[in-house]
Design a protein around this ligand. Structure first.
Ligand code: COA
Length: 201
């Protein structure tokens, strides 16, 4: 006789108690994730600025209203997209003369340092959050964060993705659409998925 194995029932998650809901709401609001006043005000002002122009004003809003450390002569050409936006003032540093194009995504959960004179193309992603690979029913398990560094003068081209913990060396170029899974040496061009060295610069 063929023995059929009884499947275990799917895991059940207890519905959160009202107290847990309240704690969660408190963390996400009064804890700063939603109602942090400076990012809130900055976002109101940024929404009024048309993309691709008024870069001096936009950069000033990020620097003076939001409180992000933005060096002198840096230019932010379009609206940035943040994860953990309430940590951006604490964790994000943009060097002097750096240029950030529109829709650069910065995950501010851990330090993100963009060096002096670095350029970040539009739709590039600087990602600091990762997850341990968990059980099949919930693969994106324990969350952890690692910093991202873009060295002085480096160019991260459009749509490139820098993964948590990675450093792009000074003077390096990351070609459009590349996914950086390992540190990039100074003054090298990398391209592809995963990013591989194309040549020295
Ligand atoms: C990297 C880049 C600058 C070209 O540099 P380059 O020194 O002229 O390089 P080449 O065109 O000679 O290409 C060298 C090799 O890299 C490859 N390569 C270049 N760009 C690539 C990319 N984005 N993805 C994958 N491979 C790429 C080429 O196919 C070539 O491979 P091969 O030697 O096997 O033929 C350019 O391809 C690029 O990605 N530009 C970014 C454009 C952009 O994002 N603009 C927005 C403004 S911020």
């Amino acid at each position: 006789m063929i023995q059929t194995e009884t499947l275990a029932p799917p895991p059940t998650h207890p519905s959160p108690s009202p107290l847990r809901w309240w704690r969660r709401l408190h963390e996400e609001t009064l804890g700063g994730a939603i109602f942090a006043p400076r990012p809130f005000l900055a976002n109101v002002l940024l929404a009024l600025l048309p993309e691709g122009t008024l870069s001096v004003l936009r950069t000033g809003v990020y620097r003076h209203v939001w409180g992000i450390r933005v060096g002198s002569g840096a230019v932010i050409m379009g609206r940035l997209a943040f994860a953990s936006a309430h940590l951006a003032a604490q964790n994000v540093q943009i060097g002097s003369r750096a240029v950030l194009n529109a829709r650069v995504f910065i995950d501010a959960a851990a330090p993100v340092n963009i060096g002096d004179g670095a350029s970040i193309g539009h739709d590039a992603l600087l990602i600091t959050t990762d997850h341990a690979i968990g059980l099949p029913e919930f693969r994106a398990a324990e969350r952890f964060e690692k910093p991202v560094t873009v060295g002085a003068g480096a160019w991260i081209a459009a749509g490139a993705k820098i993964l948590p913990g990675r450093t792009v060396g000074a003077g390096a170029v990351v070609a459009a659409g590349a996914v950086v899974t390992k540190d990039v040496a100074e003054n090298t061009l990398v391209a592809g998925v995963p990013a591989r060295k194309v040549r020295d610069l």
